[in-house]
Design a protein around this ligand. Structure first.
Ligand code: UDP
Length: 383
């Protein structure tokens, strides 16, 4: 029996693991740690200093690097240049990768950054990227297109809508995302007087202000969970609706978040950008909460109208108000079942594993930039 792959998982240079500042990447990383670890692979996670691995990560090694956060790409303009601060975390992480790469069969990058993408054809150990956002800037579009062309098989995406942002030479590899279903308790009934819910980074591209206006229009309370990334935007949301509409619940760890999410009658998702996936949409469904979302980006693929929620035209607040009322009567168990069928951690880890193994096969197009040092390996379990 083989001992599985030796994998180096590289986290985002925005925030530390556990802080919430890395957004959905933190949850994806947690799913991969458990899912790939459970399939017999030997994992090392590389992340910013102060990071914590999720509880139960067992034999997984954590390496950390000091350094200043990378500015988030989602807050740059389309023509922005690549910026790297002095003493930046991003080059520190990738310096470590280049030094240690000989001890691994593959490196899996979860960060949406130019430097690791650019390194792809130059790294001796095969370097794979799970791209976590859609198009935000020309320079990122160009490097993603370049990797897709020069190193086939090294890129994967969360949804088709996200991948459609990029100039790819062939059909994209779409892997979805994965959730630990045991971490989300199904709630057959919402709380009496159950309010509406919204979760995510408090930042303009996530569109909380629309959800607040919808709640105000219906005379409902809106519970909001998430890291305040943009304090001025939070104030603008607060000022846009009658006092008491928005209940700021702060950033909660998954265990506490799911307990509160499950009490909601309907969950709103109102992205202003091409949301790559929309973890919170699936987390709400996993608790049995139907989701009303804009037909835009990942959530537009995750919501199956009439099954686990409803979709409305992007930015149409009136349509969203009507959809909230209609979604209240959807079957909460069907929401949970949808997640079990489409977004379990185990199935996601299996898809990621298949991608890596195919890319490591000798002769795979993904291996064309390598120097013949890779070996396809079979994991111990789950194949
Ligand atoms: N989240 C959390 N606690 C909170 C609010 C949000 O842990 O109180 C997490 C949530 O579980 C999700 C992430 O924040 O994994 C947000 O990811 P999403 O894909 O929705 O958006 P992103 O921030 O990546 O744009």
């Amino acid at each position: 029996m083989s001992t599985g792959l030796r994998l180096l998982l590289v986290s985002t240079p925005v925030g530390t693991l556990g802080s919430g500042r890395g957004g959905g990447v933190e949850l994806t990383l947690a799913a991969l740690v458990a899912g790939l670890g459970g399939r017999g692979h030997r994992l090392t996670v590389l992340a910013g200093e102060g990071s914590r691995l999720p509880p139960g990560s067992g034999a997984v090694q954590l390496w950390t690097c000091p350094g200043h956060d990378q500015p988030s790409w989602q807050h740059q303009s389309h023509d922005s240049a690549v910026q790297i601060p002095a003493d930046g975390l991003l080059p520190a992480l990738w310096d470590r990768v280049l030094q240690e790469q000989g001890s691994f069969d593959a490196v899996l990058n979860l960060a949406y950054d130019w430097l690791p993408l650019w390194l792809t054809p130059h790294c001796a150990t095969p370097l794979f990227h799970l791209v976590s956002m859609g198009s935000v800037a020309r320079v990122m579009d160009a490097v993603i297109a370049d990797v897709a062309r020069r190193c086939p098989g090294r890129l994967a995406f969360h949804t088709r809508s996200q991948a459609a942002d990029f100039d790819l030479p062939g059909p994209p590899l779409v892997l979805g995302n994965g959730f630990d279903l045991t971490a989300y308790r199904f709630r057959a009934e919402p709380d009496p007087e159950a309010p509406l819910g919204w979760a995510g980074r408090i930042a303009p591209e996530k569109g909380l202000i629309d959800a607040a206006r919808v709640a105000a229009g219906l005379g409902r309370r809106l519970l909001v969970w998430g890291v305040v990334e943009d304090a001025a935007y939070r104030e603008a949301v607060e000022a846009a609706v009658p006092a008491g509409t928005v209940h700021w619940r702060g950033f909660l760890p998954t265990g506490e978040l799911q307990a509160e999410l499950g009490g909601c009658r309907v969950f709103l998702n109102t992205p202003k950008w091409n949301e790559a996936f929309g973890n919170v949409v699936v987390e709400a469904m996993a608790c049995g909460v139907p989701v009303v979302a804009y037909r835009r980006g990942g959530p537009g693929e995750l919501v199956e109208p009439g099954i686990n929620g409803l979709l409305v035209p992007p930015d149409d607040l009136e349509a969203m108000q009507a959809a909230v009322l209609a979604a209240e009567s959807l079957d909460r168990l069907a929401c949970r079942h949808w997640v079990e069928r489409h977004a379990s951690r185990e199935a996601f880890a299996g898809r990621v594993e298949a991608w890596l193994l195919a890319g490591l096969e000798p002769g795979s197009p993904a291996g064309h930039s390598l120097q013949g040092q890779t070996a396809g390996r079979t994991p111990d379990a789950g194949t």
